[in-house]
Design a protein around this ligand. Structure first.
Ligand code: Q9C
Ligand code: ZN
Length: 715
């Protein structure tokens, strides 16, 4: 088991033999940089190595025409001038005498990876390959791509392993139009791509890269395009796209395998993408995808042309695949207006095809025509808008430097249960915590609380305090603790106070069941309290929210993806406390999902507090989720009820002035008392003021509370 790394040094052989400024960026050094940095970070040594092999012609034939395969085969014997002439027949392509060999190795590497993951040889993995694949078509090379590595792998997973649902996530900054064409009428492959588009003014200049292209025939709704219309998109924009577009659809699709077209030209510093997502963002994206398909995730290198940015982003991806907690994201987390317009448009275009997007007020934003009547792209406008305000653009070297030190806690997961935990059958790397805080210290914390007077409650509190200390000290990443039910409220109260006293600056409490927010806790923005229970939505402040537990799996998912995670990303907590109190009514797979996804924004620092009377299965499900193991399926998927959706809509409207990661649309009208929710048609008739907004008014703290404090000093 573990994480597979597939590679072959022969894939460094293909290179550009003549002058061509467009193609020269796809160079052998890309692989050397990625691999070198994996070695340097000690990550390569932790992977399982699989040798790449050449794909057979039958395998190439899963996607490509025999004539095209023959054409590429003939390039082996051509001279430089003939190679150059042939290359000129395609858009942004070069051939080399080794191209056929390299391209067959690239396909074979991905097939080796998929076979290993689908036969249980490894949990997940990365294929480091050249040439890339996602632009390549049935009978055409395109955009540095010769054979469509990922498309062939998806087809192979269907034919050879009998899969029915494969998700392809293309986070490369270019549109993988090749993959789109190959699967456009196929409902068994869900293809998601975001890409630099600039209203059609960026390569490959295709109208079918826009959000309103959703697939054909049976495949309608299984092509999902998220075009970025400005450069400068960053971590918040990418995460908003995952939370509000990709993940809801992916959960509803319920893939058996996730393939990532992992191009890193979407990272900061890349000359092609001109975006600003930091390498850490790819650790988050990867870990979020690992909650799908039982963790069967295969990442496949596509683009990425800034060697340092590429190398660091590859390392971040592999760290997540290995299960390490992710580095927290720094900086303000608010998607820009242009990103929100794109998100709104793709949600509107996909809403007819996905239950998880229905019944939510949706209308596309009117955007300027992207193509001339003849179908040719319009010329770039001088001074095209950029998403980020100039002042907010951190220097590249700063962004790439901040990753110098991400210590990984020696223990990923500890259980500190009061009931005997020997029957739990946990993975051997889960620590069964023996230690307890000193008696005097435990008693001091317990003193003000009557319910903590009992011996059992004190013992539980001692274990919890010890665990909390380990987490905030960087010795343990996450943990599960328990307490007798009558002591639950007081124990949670102590945990919050102790967390703050140990240096946590922001604690996110996600509370299920009958536990009230202690009255004497400071309401100064250091604690975000979200109680999921109760009859109705109550927003006591931007930091004190209560809502009903959705009665359906669909409603629960919308709550987790559309509310809990956006708030977590906006708050950037140092510590997440999940408390399952009396009558929490959460099913084990739901609890596991909640804990598993909260790990991501929290950089792994999640502590779950259970009642010791809960079933051992619940403790096990939580421990596995926090240890980065595969999550159980939420099936059967039940659609969110109108009440669930109404509660979420009203909460979103109340909270999004402060929690901007909740936004799913650009410039939503501010809600005034007594106003009804705007209907879709009203939005259509009144598009947000004029053409695309350059830049965003950011960080408007409309709530009474202060913005988050600066990052804590502790690690
Ligand atoms: N300045 C991949 O990333 N040139 N292919 C575009 C725009 C072609 C990219 C020129 C870029 C191909 C796999
Ligand atoms: Zn690319």
């Amino acid at each position: 088991m573990g994480t597979a790394l597939v590679y072959h040094e022969d894939m460094m052989a293909t290179r550009l033999l003549w002058d061509n400024s467009e193609c020269k960026i796809e160079c052998p050094e890309r692989l050397a940089a990625a691999l070198g940095s994996l070695r340097q970070c000690g990550l390569e040594q932790r992977c399982l190595h699989l040798a790449a092999r050449e794909a057979t012609e039958a395998e190439l034939g899963l996607v490509h025409s025999p004539e095209y395969v023959a054409l590429v085969r003939r390039t082996q014997t051509l001279g430089t001038e003939e190679l150059q002439a042939l290359s000129g027949q395609f858009d942004a392509v070069y051939f080399h005498p080794s191209t056929f060999h390299c391209a067959r190795l690239a396909v074979g590497a991905v097939l080796q990876l998929v076979d290993a993951v689908l036969t249980g040889g490894s949990n997940n993995g990365l294929a480091l390959v050249r040439p890339p694949g996602h632009h390549s078509q049935r009978a055409a090379a395109n955009g540095f791509c010769v054979f469509n590595n990922v498309a062939i792998a998806a087809e192979h997973a269907k034919r050879k392993h009998g899969l029915h649902r494969v998700l392809i996530v293309d986070w490369d900054i270019h549109h993988g139009q090749g993959i789109q064409y190959i699967f456009e009428d196929d409902p068994s492959v869900l293809y998601f791509s975001w890409h630099r588009y600039e209203h059609g003014r960026f390569w490959p200049f295709l109208p079918e890269s826009d959000a309103d292209t959703v697939g054909q025939g049976q495949g309608r709704g299984f092509t999902v395009n998220l075009p970025w219309n400005q450069v400068g998109m960053g971590n918040a924009d990418y995460l908003a796209a995952f939370l509000h577009v990709l993940l809801p659809l992916a959960f509803e699709f319920d893939p058996e395998l996730v393939l990532i077209s992992a191009g890193f030209d979407s990272a900061t510093g890349d000359p092609e993408g001109q975006m600003q997502a930091t390498p850490e963002c790819f650790a988050h994206l990867t870990q979020l995808l690992q909650v799908l398909a039982g963790g069967r995730v295969c990442a496949v290198l596509e683009g990425g042309y800034h060697l340092e940015s590429l190398a660091q982003s590859v390392c971040m991806t592999v760290r997540s695949l290995l299960g390490d907690p992710v580095p927290v994201l720094l900086g303000p987390m608010a998607p820009c207006q242009s990103a929100l317009e794109s998100i709104q448009n793709v949600r509107a275009a996909q809403a007819p095809h996905w239950k998880s997007l229905q019944q939510q007020d949706m209308a596309p934003v009117l955007s300027p025509s992207t193509h001339s009547p003849e179908g040719r792209p319009l010329l770039p406008l001088p001074g095209d808008p950029v998403c980020k305000a100039e002042a907010e653009v951190a220097s590249l070297s700063f962004l790439l430097d901040q990753q110098h030190f991400h210590p990984t806690p020696p223990v990923r997961m500890a259980v500190a249960l009061t009931a005997p935990d020997t029957a739990l059958s946990l993975s051997p790397d889960v620590l069964r915590q023996e230690g307890s805080a000193p008696k005097w210290e435990t008693e001091a914390w317990a003193r003000p609380h009557e319910s903590l007077a009992q011996d059992e409650a004190l013992t539980a509190l001692g274990k919890l305090l010890y665990l909390l200390n380990g987490i905030l000290d960087g010795k343990v990443s996450s943990g599960v603790a328990s307490t007798p039910a009558p002591a639950a409220a007081a124990t949670l109260h102590v945990a919050i106070r102790r967390g703050l006293s140990l240096g946590a600056q922001r604690v996110f409490c996600v509370v299920l069941g009958e536990l009230d927010r202690p009255l004497d806790l400071p309401d100064d923005g250091r604690i975000l309290w979200l109680n999921i229970r109760g009859k109705e939505v109550v927003t006591l402040s931007m930091f004190h929210v209560s809502m009903p537990l959705p009665g359906t799996t669909g409603g629960f998912l919308s709550c987790v993806l559309g509310l809990v995670l956006p708030m977590a990303y906006g708050f950037q907590p140092d510590l997440v406390l999940v408390a399952l109190g009396p009558d929490h009514r959460l099913q084990d797979p739901q609890a596991a999902l909640l804990a598993g996804v909260l790990r991501v924004p929290a950089g792994g620092r999640v502590l779950v507090l259970l009642e010791e009377e809960s079933a051992p299965e619940l403790a096990r499900a939580l421990a596995q989720a926090l240890n980065g193991e595969a999550l159980p399926s939420l099936r059967p998927f039940s659609t969110a009820s109108p009440e669930d959706l109404q509660a979420l809509r009203s909460l979103r409207a109340q909270l999004q002035p402060r929690w901007e990661m909740l936004r799913v649309a650009a410039s939503e009208p501010v809600q005034r008392r007594g106003d009804s929710e705007p209907s879709g048609s009203e939005l259509l008739l009144e598009p947000p003021s004029g053409p695309p907004t350059p830049g965003v008014p950011r960080r408007q703290f409309l709530g009474a509370s202060a913005p988050p404090a600066p990052r804590p000093a502790h690690q």
